[in-house]
Design a protein around this ligand. Structure first.
Ligand code: ASP
Ligand code: MG
Length: 424
């Protein structure tokens, strides 16, 4: 018995039936004696549809009005969900992010939560209500404008509320049964994990796994809020994400490998023919940084002795590709490189596991698996608990499958189920 925060994603509330199904599950939790706070996303692909609409009205929609528009999606689902719960004979009240006390900085479209003051939520709970909160939104501390937290931000709202309300757990309901050893849309034999450490989950999230966003896991780790990721469609126990495995469930030793993730949202830029002397890389990446573009992998090749020129490649989000090319073209006068190459037909495949630190041979097995699958590697980068490679985008499926099998991650039971979502 205690306070539970539950978050339902867009695919769980995609239509009226979905909203009613979710309402029944919430009421069951309440009947079990819990106080329940629910964070909800916009229905189905609503957010994408609103973005499409905005782009038809203005070519570069951004900032204040864009946030005002997008937050409407979550207001629709929160009100409908509260109505559906009332229809089941229970009291519910819905709240916008601002009403729920989600205070952010003022960077529109990607605001950061700086404080949560859930006074109204507490009052609603004390009066016996189920509180429904619109995810992904807040209000800026200085200007009191409505902000959004960036795509997929409802998970972060849920964890932030769980922390502010001292909830024992933050349950995140989605359209798969938990966190899998690979994307079940790509690997049918992906295995559901019962538990994963924050550390491994953070690496998976930053290397392309979309179940949980990096920021949400980061927040949960900082405030030590266990997350339970599970399906709103099946009712099966899902995956716990926390510092320690749940009591009584302690595995003898941590698995060497947690999972394989992939990311097709990045592009690669190669700066060809850079003079091999101090300061050139600094000038290139200063130009990128000044354009406020985040880069991921960086590789510099050995310079050819005859020419003393080298190539530098790096990856970045495709959405920033155009601006990055412009910034580098402007910087060409300072660096005098030969040319720029832009390639958005790439994929990044990553192997993640804390056990990798102490296990020799992981890298060799990884590369052998890719070689057996006939996959060519273009870039490589590693951290203590991750190896990532860049390949052709067409190779992503065979590559992920081959690596998944090579590390013995394939499940021998049922195929992983994907219950909903258009994957948009
Ligand atoms: N509706 C928002 C989005 O689609 C927020 C969320 O789903 O978490 O990005
Ligand atoms: Mg969504």
């Amino acid at each position: 018995m205690g306070l539970v925060v539950q978050k339902y994603g867009g695919s769980s509330v995609a239509d009226a039936e979905g909203i009613k199904r979710v309402a029944r599950r919430i009421v069951d939790t309440k009947k079990a004696g819990h106080q329940v706070v629910v964070v909800v996303s916009a229905m189905g692909d609503t957010t994408d549809e609103l973005i499409d609409l905005a782009e038809q009205v203005s070519p570069i929609p951004a900032g204040r009005e864009f946030d005002m528009l997008l937050t409407a999606g979550e207001r629709i689902s929160m009100a409908l969900l509260a109505m559906a719960i009332k229809n089941l004979g229970h009291e519910a009240q819905s709240f916008t992010g601002s009403q729920a006390g989600v205070i952010t900085d003022s960077s529109h479209n990607r605001a950061r939560i700086i404080d949560v003051t859930p006074g109204r939520i507490r009052t609603a709970l004390d009066e016996g209500n189920i509180a429904i909160v619109a995810g992904f939104q807040g209000v800026s501390q200085d200007k009191k404008d409505i902000t959004t937290l960036g795509r997929g931000g409802s998970d972060t709202t849920a964890v932030a509320l769980a922390a502010a309300l001292n909830a024992g757990v933050c349950e995140i309901y989605t359209d798969v049964d938990g966190i899998f050893t690979a994307d079940p849309r790509v690997v049918k034999k992906a295995r559901k994990m019962d538990w994963i450490a924050f550390e491994d989950m953070l690496e998976l999230a930053s290397s392309g796994s979309k179940v949980l966003l990096h920021r949400c896991v980061e927040y949960a780790r900082r405030y030590n809020i266990p997350i339970h990721v599970r399906s709103s469609f099946s009712g099966l126990p899902g995956t716990w994400v926390s510092n320690e495995p749940p009591q009584g469930d302690r595995p003898m030793e941590q698995a060497i490998i947690s999972g394989v993730s992939h990311d097709t949202s990045e592009a690669k830029i190669t700066v060809v023919g850079v003079p091999d002397k101090p300061g050139e890389a600094a000038t290139i990446f200063r130009a990128i940084a000044d354009a406020e573009i985040n880069i991921d992998m960086v590789v510099q090749n050995v310079s050819a002795a005859a020419t003393a020129l080298t190539d530098i490649s790096f990856t970045l989000p495709k959405t920033e590709g155009h601006r990055a090319m412009e910034a580098l073209t402007r910087a060409q006068a300072l660096i005098s490189f030969d040319s720029l190459r832009y390639d958005d037909q790439i994929a990044k495949i990553s192997l993640v596991g804390a056990g990798m630190k102490t296990n020799p041979g992981v890298t060799a097995t990884f590369f052998e698996a890719l070689s057996n699958a006939g996959v060519n590697i273009e870039l490589i980068s590693t951290s203590e608990i991750r190896i990532s490679v860049v390949t052709r985008v067409d190779d992503v499926k065979p590559a992920v499958q081959a690596v998944h099998s090579a590390f013995g991650l394939d499940s021998d039971s049922d195929e992983a189920v994907v219950y909903g979502g258009t994957g948009r």
